[in-house]
Every structure is written in C-alpha cells, then in structure tokens.
Ligand binder design. Structure first.
Ligand code: NAD
Length: 431
C-alpha cells in the first residue's frame, strides 16, 4: 500500500495548474504542516504494570480557523497516517465552508485488547499529552475510528480537570449530557446519503438523455454495497435503506454479507452486536469477502472502513459506476488514476464524509452560545451546508470539464478547498 501522506501530497501537487497563477506559490505552505505533537503515553494496566503507547496530535493548517480533526485508536496509526488525515481535514473544513483548519490525532493501540478501565486510562493520558496544545479556539478534537462519545467524555473531563473550569467546546462528539449535539452520532453517514441524493439529481439534470444512467433509476432499484459497518458505514446503510435505496451488501473487518433483494441494516446491527460480526446475520443473505464486496456489480460502492481499501491491484475489478468515499482516503492515488480513466464517478471523502465535522461545528456553536437545537434543526442546518458545498463543487466540476474535457469531482473539491485556504493565507501572511 502506498504511503498515505505521500499520496495526499502528490494529489495536492497535481492541482497546481488548476489554481490561479498568483495562488500557486502558496501551495508549498499547504505542503509544509504547522505542528506535530508526539510522545509515549504511560498507561496503568489492570494487572498493575505500566505500558507505553505512541501518540500523536498533528496540526496541519489553521488559516481558516482552529485546527479540527478526530482522534483514532488503532494499531496501524502512524505519523504518516495522522499527517494525511490532518491534511484532508484542512481541505474538508474548507470545502464544507466552516471556520476551521485541519488536524488529526491517534494512538498506536489495539483497543480490542483493553478493558474499559485501560481504555479510560489511555484516553486521559492522551489528553494530558495534548492539553496545552488544544482549546476551543486553538484545536478541537473529535471521535474517529475506535473512539466514541465515552472516550470524548473521559478526554473532556481530563481537560477540564487540568484547566479547573468547564470547557465543553474543546472537543466534539460528546455525549448529549456533556454538551453533545443531537444528531451528531449519525451525522457522517446521514450526510453521505445527502451527498447521494444531491449527486443523483445533479447527474439526472446534467445527462437527461442517458436513460441507462443509474441516476434515472428509482431509488429501490439503485443497489449499494457498504464496506465497513461501524459508525459511518452503519448510519450510511441505515439512512440509505430508510430513504428507499437498496443496500445489498455490508461488511466489517471479519467479512461481509450479500442479499440481492436488500438488507435491513438495523437487523444486521442487532445481530452484529450480539455475535461480533455482520457475517453472523443469515436472513436471506450469503457470506462474501471484503474483496468480493468491492467487485460486486452494483450501482454504488461505499468504502467506509480504512484508507487504501481500493488500490492498484483491485481498482480494475470494480464495476460500480459510482464510489462514495465515506472513509478517509479509501482510494490510493494509483487506484484513483485507474478509476478516473474508466470514467467512474468518485464522490471525494473531503466532501462525502463532511457531515461529521459539520455537525461537530454545530455542536461547538451550541456549546459556545449555550443554546441547544433539536435533532431536526441540526439535520436541516447540516443539509443546508452540505447542499451549498455540493453546489459549488459540482459547479467547479462542470466548469473544469468544459475547459479541459474531463475533471474529477476530487479535482473540483481540492481546487475549491485549496483556493479558500490560500486566500486566507494571502490575507494573513502574503509572500
Ligand atoms: P468505526 O471504528 O466505528 O468503524 C470501522 C468499521 O470498519 C468497523 O465495522 C470495522 O470492523 C470495519 N473495518 C475495519 N477494517 C476493515 C477491513 N479491512 N475491511 C472491512 N471493514 C473493516 O469507525 P468510523 O468512525 O465508522 O470510521 C470509518 C471511516 O470513516 C474512517 O476512515 C474514518 O476516518 C472515517 N470518518 C469517520 C467520521 C466519524 O464521524 N466517525 C467522520 C469522517 C470520516
């Protein structure tokens, strides 16, 4: 698998010619991150021993506002991974039009091997490492892979202990009782389905004569395969199914299931919670591997697990005309080249999964004003922000397509996101 940060930098470089000439010299600033905090967490284990775990907080760019990005607990966390994720966060907050920069954090750890108490100790130790580098106006962490609202609660509590006062806006994705927002848990997956609605309509409007296009089908005939059935994958699958699309396959790290007539994601989740994997669900479905899921003859593939799932060796086998990137960086740059030559449409992660950070922003606004919105109000604000971001991205895509003959949605999203950051850089620190 290619190095994630190198891949991210390569793509950033590839947009150079699509930027206004006077913006180009600033691209270098975006390729030079601002700060990396790292250290070893010393954690007390249940048997009384102390163990060390490597931890990172990466702060990529804050021209548009405080750094913003999740914290991942995973054994594959590395410096390169947090840097790639932090860079993508800066682009994501920019394309979403919210007043943040980008950052990311992580701990090299396998949480499945830890007790609840050990997980709490890791979360608190992480906060002690980064507390002096973050804050509601400086850097605002959030959940990511294997970190949930309980982890955010422990981290918030540790931060407030250090500061000796309440500061709920320092971290988002909190439990409702500690200042979390209604609608945050489902927001990333829910936002991904909004992206699907917008794309379907935009394609149908742009290509009215292509009657074979997936976008002219009824929702019930649009087939979807979701790789990864955690927070993001589950809520994507559940929202898509409840909005009338046909989710025919889902998977987790242990494997996947396929049902031609569609799955009930809620029932699959119940079975997974009881048995540990989606593969235990057998009602009208067959077991498939994660690789088979990606190669299914469906309309839409939704990678929602980890980066690099679609790579140079399997990209050629993908049949779906559309990929919605709900994970961060699920397509390597080599695979991206292969897919764009095949004229496949990829909805880029920096837009498709922005629902989570948008509702994190709404949570932060609520924490700072002390006024709290109902779930339908949060959903409506999320939809407005996603629609606005989609419209400018789609407009740029058509504009680049007209001028160059072809342009990916990723190119359009990157150009817009980078232009906004560079504009802020020019106003702050002109070269
Ligand atoms: P999660 O830990 O809740 O779920 C991850 C899922 O992926 C689990 O079901 C796991 O079994 C599965 N998985 C792991 N390895 C796999 C493999 N090799 N093949 C298939 N499935 C595999 O994590 P999450 O919060 O849902 O995040 C998933 C992705 O979405 C990550 O890339 C994350 O950065 C991104 N993301 C998350 C959020 C958020 O709000 N949680 C927001 C934006 C982006």
């Amino acid at each position: 698998m290619s190095d994630p940060y190198e891949s991210a930098l390569n793509f950033l470089d590839s947009i150079r010619d699509n930027l206004p000439e006077d913006y180009r010299p600033y691209l270098q600033r975006l390729q030079q991150p601002q700060n990396l905090v790292q250290g070893d967490l010393e954690v007390k284990m249940d048997d009384g021993s102390m163990q060390k775990f490597r931890a990172y907080r990466f702060q990529h760019n804050n021209a548009l506002g405080p750094y913003k990005g999740g914290i991942r607990f995973h054994k594959q966390v590395s410096e390169s991974e947090v840097k790639a994720l932090g860079l993508w966060m800066a682009l994501k907050t920019s394309i979403a039009g919210i007043p943040y920069g980008g950052g990311k954090g992580g701990v090299v750890i396998d949480p499945a091997q830890l007790s609840q108490k050990e997980l709490e100790n890791v979360s608190r130790a992480y906060m002690r490492l980064v507390a002096q580098h973050i804050g509601p106006d400086r850097d605002i962490p959030a959940p990511d892979v294997n970190t949930d609202s309980q982890v955010m609660a422990w981290m918030l509590d540790e931060y407030e202990k250090i500061l000796k006062h309440h500061a709920p806006a320092v971290i988002t994705g909190k439990p409702i009782e500690l200042g979390g927002s209604a609608g945050r848990t489902k927001a990333t997956g829910y936002g991904g389905v909004l992206a699907l609605h917008f794309l379907k309509k935009a394609c149908a409007d742009a290509y009215p004569d292509n009657t074979n296009g997936w976008y002219h089908k009824k929702r019930a005939d649009i087939t979807i395969a979701v790789q990864g059935f955690g927070n993001v994958g589950y809520y994507f699958a559940q929202t898509a199914a409840s909005e009338g699309y046909r989710v025919v396959a889902v998977s987790d790290s242990k494997g996947g299931i396929y049902a031609e007539n569609g799955l009930d994601p809620q029932a699959v989740l119940q079975s997974k919670e009881k048995n540990g994997s989606v593969t235990a669900y057998t009602v009208g479905s067959a077991i498939i591997t994660n690789e088979e899921l990606l190669k299914l003859n469906v309309d839409i593939i939704v990678p929602s697990a980890l980066e690099g799932a679609i790579h140079a060796d399997n990209a050629d086998h993908i049949q779906a005309p559309v990929i919605i990137e709900m994970a961060n960086g699920p397509i390597t740059s080599e695979a991206d080249d292969i897919l764009s030559k095949k004229d496949m449409l990829t909805v880029p992660d920096i837009f498709a999964n922005a629902g989570g950070v948008i509702v994190s922003y709404l949570e932060w606004v609520q924490n700072r004003t002390g006024l709290y919105w109902k779930e339908h109000e949060v959903d409506q604000k999320l939809e407005e922000l996603m629609q606005k971001a989609f419209d400018v991205m789609w407009g740029k895509h058509l504009e680049l397509k007209d001028s160059q003959g072809s342009a990916t949605l990723r190119m359009a999203a990157y150009v817009l996101a980078v232009e906004r950051i560079i504009k802020a850089e020019m106003l702050r620190r002109p070269l």
